[in-house]
Design a protein around this ligand. Structure first.
Ligand code: NAD
Ligand code: TYD
Length: 350
């Protein structure tokens, strides 16, 4: 029996990971720690909340006493750390919150884990889930590898870069068993509709404008969320201590290419005339410090652990769109109240 702490398990990627671990590993007990911020939603994991090997813990990763308490009580053997503030636009308006959660919260977890694990002889692991955005922005060619120098540009990526450095520092200074993965843009069910794909699915349904930042030529490398969860599973069990693994979709698209594909698909699914969603596209003021291009070289994880994406983008996007169309209640719940204020503020000046 292993006690595993997963942080951020009520969020987008965390909920897929928690489900995978609870169902695939009945001999693990999964403790899901989440503060339930605007991005955390217990609805995301409703189907497994009664499982015998699952416990939800509601708390803040930056709360020292609370984290010490749960480590004492539950004696975790491993941590998979996903809890974070994750949206670049929000980091531009509220960078301090990103430092508190992504930096202080991560160091608090590291410090507590290190204190609790020091004299323990059984195998332990601190797995830190991070992003490719720490590497900065690519020009038209080349890809990020595990040795690309860090060059973050947004408060979000700067806070994630900082947390990655702390994880490595705990390994190098205190000998803590750690592993890090840096993944490209995820998409799929349960993603909060502030990120590009779910936001645009929601807006198209409601026939609202589709705000494209700048010229729409920025490139992202998209990966279906369940493929990311499968990669985390593999790295958790077979990754080498102290190593970093890059995870990507081998699937680069400009924003405008992606948006055109999405518009076409939704015209079909919603029974609208072809070309009607495209008319909603509105070019707006660019994001400050907007990275031009992200692309991940997945050679290392493919060669060492045999991982590669299983879903092509067409299949993944169709699954995602179908999920949002079949879960209108979920979308309605998360877009009421505070979301309306966020949307007005975020897009007012654009
Ligand atoms: P998300 O915003 O959907 O979920 C984050 C979760 O963390 C939420 O459930 C939230 O309630 C929780 N949380 C926030 N602050 C907390 C705190 N102080 N204490 C405890 N819980 C807190 O994010 P996501 O997209 O699922 O991303 C998860 C992780 O993966 C993040 O670390 C992110 O940097 C990383 N990542 C995301 C992507 C992506 O495309 N979404 C890509 C690569 C890496
Ligand atoms: P996003 O989903 O916020 O992910 P990230 O910034 O972490 O890559 O944005 C993906 C791309 O889409 C990015 O280049 C910014 C762009 N974008 C828009 O053009 N309009 C929008 O309203 C949003 C949210 C994003």
């Amino acid at each position: 029996m292993k006690n595993i702490l997963i942080t951020g398990g009520a969020g987008f990627i965390g909920s897929h990971l928690v489900r995978l671990f609870v169902q695939k590993y009945p001999n693990y007990h999964i403790y899901n720690l989440d503060l339930l911020t605007y991005a955390g939603n217990l609805e995301n994991i409703k189907d497994i909340e009664q499982a015998e090997n699952y416990t939800f813990l509601n708390g803040d990763i930056a709360d020292k006493k609370y984290i010490q308490n749960i480590f004492k009580t539950y004696k975790f053997d491993a941590v998979i750390h996903l809890a974070a503030e994750s949206h670049v636009d929000r980091s531009i308006t509220n960078p301090i919150e990103f430092v508190m959660t992504n930096v202080i919260g991560t160091v608090n977890l590291l410090q507590t884990a290190n204190q609790n694990w020091k004299d323990n002889k059984t195998a332990k692991l601190f797995y830190h889930v991070s992003t490719d955005e720490v590497y900065g922005s690519l020009k038209e060619t080349g890809k990020f590898t595990e040795t690309t120098a860090y060059d973050p540009h947004s408060p979000y990526s700067a806070s994630k870069a900082s947390s990655d450095h702390f994880v490595r520092a705990y390994h190098d200074t205190y000998g803590m068993p750690v592993v890090i993965s840096n993944c490209s843009n995820n998409y799929g069910p349960n993603q909060f509709p502030e990120k590009l794909i779910p936001l645009f699915i929601n807006n198209i349904q409601q026939e609202k404008n589709l705000p494209v930042y700048g010229n729409g030529k920025n490139v992202r490398d998209w990966l279906y969320v369940e493929d990311h969860a499968a990669a985390i599973d593999l790295i958790f069990h077979q990754g080498k201590i102290g190593e970093t693994y890059n995870i990507g979709g081998n699937n680069e698209l400009t924003n405008i290419e992606l948006i055109h594909t999405l518009c076409k698909l939704l015209d079909k699914k919603l029974g609208r005339k072809e070309g009607s969603s495209k008319k909603l596209i509105t070019y707006v003021k660019d994001r400050s410090g907007h990275d031009l291009r992200y692309a991940i070289d997945i050679k290392k994880i493919h060669k060492e652990l045999g991982w590669q994406p299983t879903l092509n983008f067409k299949e993944g996007l169709e699954k995602t769109v179908d999920w949002y169309l079949n879960n209108k209640e979920w979308l309605k719940n998360v877009t009421s109240g505070a979301y309306q204020d966020y949307y007005k503020k975020q897009y007012k000046q654009r």
